[in-house]
Design a protein around this ligand. Structure first.
Ligand code: CTP
Ligand SMILES: C[C@](O)(CO)[C@H](O)COP(=O)(O)O
Length: 234
C-alpha cells in the first residue's frame, strides 16, 4: 500500500525523575548504545521527513539537556516540564499553539523513555490514522493472564484479556482537540496518564494500532538491561 503519511509535530515528555529506575540521574539520560535514551527516542522523529517540529519538555532545573547534540537542532524547542506527565505535555501543546500551529495539525506524543520505537511502527501509526476523525495510539494486546487483586495483593479474579491492550506511545491526535481535552480533564482533576485517557474523558474513542512489543518504556533497571542486550546484538 502506498500512502503519503501526514506532516506532524512531535512532543517528547522528558521531565520525569525516573524514581522507579533509582539511578544516579533521570532515566532518560542513561546511556544505551553510546547515546542517551532521550536521544534515541527523539532521533526516530528527527529522521522522519514528515516532521514539522519537535517540542521536548524537560525539568526546569535539568542540567543534562543542554549538552545533548539534539538540543542545538533548529527543529527542536525546549519547554519546562510540569508536575505530572500530562502537565509536561500540556506545556508543549501551549507552546505549539503560541507558535501558530493549527488546531487541525497532527501531534504525536512520545515518551522520552521509549528509545526503541521503530520507523515501521511510526509510519504505520501515521498512515493508519491519517484520515481518522479522532486519532489513536500504538498499543499491544495483553499476552499474559491478568489478575485483579485484593488489598492484600491476593488474586481475586482472572480478567478477560481478550479486550485488554497495553497503551504505548506515540499517541497521535489533532492539536486543538488534544489541547482542549487535556486542559479540561486536568481542570476536572481526572486521572490522566496518557493522551488517550484525556480524549476518552472528552467522550472520544481513540483507535488502537497494534505495534511492536519491544517499543518498551524504560521504567525499571531490568528494562534497560534487556534493551542493552538487544542493542549489543545489532
Ligand atoms: N512530570 C513528568 C513525569 C514524567 N514525564 C515523562 O513521561 C514519560 C513516561 O513517564 P514515566 O515512565 O512514569 O517516567 P518517570 O515519571 O520519570 O518515572 P517514575 O514514575 O519512575 O518516576 C517519561 O519520558 C518521563 O520523562 C514528564 O515529562 N513529566
Ligand atoms: C503514556 C504511557 O507510556 C502509556 O503506557 C504510560 O502511561 C507512561 O508511564 P506512566 O508511568 O503512566 O507515567
Amino acid at each position: 500500500m502506498s500512502y503519503l503519511s501526514p506532516a506532524f509535530w512531535a512532543v517528547i515528555p522528558a521531565a520525569g525523575v525516573g524514581a522507579r529506575m533509582a539511578a544516579d540521574r533521570p532515566k532518560q539520560y542513561l546511556q544505551l548504545g553510546g547515546r542517551s535514551i532521550l536521544e534515541h527516542s527523539i532521533s526516530c522523529f528527527l529522521d522522519h521527513p514528515g516532521l514539522k517540529g519537535l517540542v521536548v519538555s524537560v525539568a526546569f532545573d535539568d542540567p543534562f539537556w543542554p549538552s545533548l547534540p539534539c538540543a542545538a537542532d533548529p527543529r527542536v524547542v525546549r519547554v519546562d516540564g510540569g508536575r505530572e506527565r500530562a502537565d509536561s505535555v500540556l506545556n508543549a501543546l501551549l507552546h505549539l499553539h503560541a507558535q501558530g500551529a493549527a488546531d487541525d495539525d497532527w501531534v504525536l506524543v512520545h515518551d522520552a523513555a521509549r528509545p526503541n520505537l521503530s520507523r515501521e511502527d511510526l509510519n504505520k501509526l501515521l498512515s493508519e490514522l491519517a484520515d481518522d476523525p479522532v486519532g489513536g495510539l500504538l498499543a499491544v494486546p495483553a499476552r499474559d493472564t491478568l489478575k485483579r487483586v485484593d488489598k492484600q495483593g491476593r488474586a481475586v479474579e482472572t480478567v478477560d484479556r481478550s479486550l485488554i491492550w497495553q497503551a504505548y506511545t506515540p499517541q497521535m491526535f489533532r492539536l486543538g482537540a488534544l489541547h482542549r481535552a487535556l486542559a479540561d480533564s486536568l481542570v476536572a482533576d481526572a486521572t490522566i496518564t496518557d493522551e488517550s485517557s484525556a480524549m476518552e474523558w472528552a467522550g472520544l474513542a481513540p483507535r488502537l494500532i497494534e505495534g511492536r512489543s519491544d517499543n518498551i518504556k524504560v521504567t525499571r533497571p531490568e528494562d534497560l538491561e534487556w534493551l542493552r542486550l538487544r542493542w549489543a546484538k545489532r
